[in-house]
Each structure stands twice: as C-alpha cells, then as structure tokens.
Design a protein around this ligand. Structure first.
Ligand SMILES: *Cc1c(COP(=O)(O)O)cnc(C)c1O
Length: 375
C-alpha cells in the first residue's frame, strides 16, 4: 500500500519546542503563564484592528463564551449558517437556545445575505427576533462581509464571526477574525496553524476579554477563598499548548502561501477537465485556501472520485453536510435556497496540508486525471 496522504495534517516548524522547553524550565505547566500571554499578543498584532484576544481550550468554547457574553439564554433563537461544521451550532444548544439555519450563496458558499434577511423578517414577524447571527468563513473563503454586516446592522443583531477556518484570510484588505461583534479562531489539529487543540475569542474591548477569561477560569470572584456569583467554565488554554501556538505564529504566513499554492496547482492541472469546477476568489476576497475544494458535475462522479482516491490511500472528503440535514438539527427552523444541498452532493475537499510534498500532490493529481480518463 502506498503511504497515506492526509486531508490536512499538522505541520510543526521546529520553532515550537523552545517555547515548550521554556515552559517546563520555568515550571509554568498550568492554564496560565508567559506563553498564554505571548500567544495572545502575537494574535492581536497579527489581526491588528485594535482587538483583544483570549486564548481558550478550543474554538467551540470560544463560540460558547461569545453566546454567553451576548446574553443568549434559554428559549432564545440564534441564526447560524447551515453549511458549516457542527461546532458552529452546538453551543446554541448548550445555552438552551434554538438554532435557525440559513442557506448559502453560490459566490462564497457562505451565508446568503438575501436568505438571512428573509429569515430575520420571518422570525421577527413570529415575535422571535434572533439574539445573534453566527456567520462562517468556510474553507478560508470570507463570507460577504459588507452585505451580511449591513443586514445585521439594519436589524441590530450582533454577529459572531466563526473564523475557525480562516486565520490568514482577508476581505478588502482586512483580516478575518476582526469583523464580528465577537470572532473566534480554532487551532485544532487540522487547521491552518495548530496547537494540537485550542482556540481563541476575539473581542472589541479589554473589558470583554477580561470577562471571557473570568468565565473561562471558573468565574472566581475576587476573595481569599473560592467565591462564585456566576457559573464558570474550565475553558482556558494551557501554557504548554500556547507555546506550540507561539511557534506556529512564526510560520502562519508561509502556511497560507503554501496552501494557496496547493490550490493553484490543483486548479492549473485540473481546469481542463470539464466535470470539475473551482471556487474563485471574488474581487476583494483573499482566501487562505485552508482546504482546496472542487465541485463535480454530479453526486455519482463525486463519490466515484472519492473512492478512486481512497483506493490510492488518499484522503478526501465531501463538503460539510449542512446542519439542516443533520439528524440532530433537522427539527429546527431553516431558510433554504438549495445551494448548500447541491454543494454537499457535488463537492469534494482534496488533500490540502501545508506539508504536502510535490510528489504527494502529483499523486493526487494523476489519480484524479486517471479517474476522468476511465469514468
Ligand atoms: C474547527 C471548527 C470549529 C471548532 O473549533 P475547535 O477548536 O475544534 O473546537 C468551529 N467552526 C468551524 C467552522 C470549524 O471548522
């Protein structure tokens, strides 16, 4: 069997270990310490735009805290992009609130501004004005920030920007992770940079960051004994993990460049196959190309290609199955236009890691070409 080619494998630079050794040598082996502060500062300087970053245990915990900080509570409704990973929607349920799913637009595969406004109007008419909007930059492609923000402002509903897949992406020259009332990042093992597991909440004020850290460290009031007047969470990032993050920040831009070059190679090598189409960057959009995705002409072709790759020990995966199709979320309201369903049926994510070799990329490309010669 040929060696496995993964969809998106971790990629260490060697710059991580000195930060971890420093944590061991100074005995900062705890969910606080110099690496946690350093990683937060690194992220703040990278994002610019006067934001404050709280390093947390995961992107999911960052989403959960952002809903808590927005006052989302039992019985409330929260709008969520349907085409996404389940982690975008799960924290709505943690709060006892109801998700309302909104379909995608063809240009970005992200939340459709027209469907968003239809959904808001209908919920308001039913006396159920949504408490927040969770919009996602999928696969690194920014959502239509101008239009989504315009609708959100019109109805005065805050945005939680799920930037888990889009650190290093930009919209009109501004970094993803700075567009929401709250924004979240993820450093899970498969993301553009990884800390093995981890995430961050991006806030617009120091006060909100401090409140997030307070909640993430068990909500301990200021007293010599343990005193609690609010429910807390154990959501802070470990100082060891943050050391990996500091090392990864030194190579983030080169990871973005490599993932973009993977995408360019796939599109140059495969664009002559008329059953394959790519998602181009609209004017003003800059995608980190976290995953290189293709659309096939039908579900059959998609599944045939996936199996042909699997036979060669190459991992690929259909695009996210929309939340409105998930057994656990089917029962909730959704506002649909068919786009995310079609993308799920016809779309495939190709191996996209920043550590893929030319030989590995060639193996993927030749397997795809061979499939289209024989199918
Ligand atoms: C990975 C991911 C998350 C969750 O982040 P974790 O750090 O794994 O908890 C949330 N939303 C999207 C779109 C993701 O891809």
């Amino acid at each position: 069997m040929k060696p496995k080619i993964w969809l998106s494998a971790p990629h260490m630079s060697g710059n991580e270990l000195p930060f971890i050794n420093e944590a061991f040598n100074s005995n900062w082996v705890a969910p606080l310490g110099p690496n946690v502060n350093g990683f937060e500062n690194d992220l703040q300087s990278y994002l610019m735009e006067d934001r404050y970053v709280a390093a947390l245990a995961s992107g999911t915990s960052a989403l959960h805290l952002s809903l808590i900080l927005l006052g989302v509570d039992y019985g409330d409704e929260v709008i969520c992009q349907s085409k996404t990973f389940s982690a975008s929607a799960n924290p709505i349920i943690y709060q006892g609130a109801t998700p309302v799913f909104v379909d995608s637009e063809k240009d970005t595969w992200n939340m459709c501004p027209i469907q968003l406004e239809i959904a808001i109007k209908d919920r308001v008419a039913k006396g159920r004005k949504p408490k927040a909007i969770i919009a996602v930059h999928l696969y690194g492609m920014p959502y239509n920030v101008d239009e989504i923000t315009k609708v959100a402002l019109k109805y005065n509903i805050p945005i939680v920007e799920d930037s888990a897949e889009s650190l290093g992406s930009q919209y009109n020259g501004r970094n993803c992770g700075t567009f929401g009332d709250f924004s979240i990042l993820s450093f899970n093992g498969n993301k553009i940079i990884t800390t093995s597991g981890g995430g961050a909440l991006v806030t617009k004020s120091l006060k909100l960051k401090e409140k997030a850290v307070f909640l993430a460290t068990q909500a301990r009031d200021n007293a010599p004994h343990y005193l609690h007047s609010e429910i807390g969470y154990n959501y802070r990032m470990s100082n060891i993990v943050a050391g990996i993050g500091r090392g990864q920040m030194t190579i983030l831009d080169s990871h973005v460049a490599k993932r973009r070059s993977n995408y360019q190679l796939y599109s140059n090598s495969l664009k002559h196959i008329d059953k394959i189409t790519f998602l181009n960057e609209p004017e003003g959009y800059f995608s980190n190309r976290w995953l290189s995705c293709i659309l096939l002409d039908s579900e059959n072709t998609r599944e045939g290609l996936r199996l042909a790759l699997e036979k060669e020990n190459i991992e690929s995966r259909p695009l996210w199955k929309p939340m409105h199709q998930q057994p656990i979320f089917k029962k909730y309201p959704s506002y649909l236009n068919g786009v995310s369903d079609a993308l799920f049926n016809k779309g495939l994510c190709l191996p996209s890691g920043s550590n893929l070799t030319n030989n590995e990329l060639e193996r993927v490309i030749s397997t795809i070409k061979a499939y289209f010669v024989t199918c």
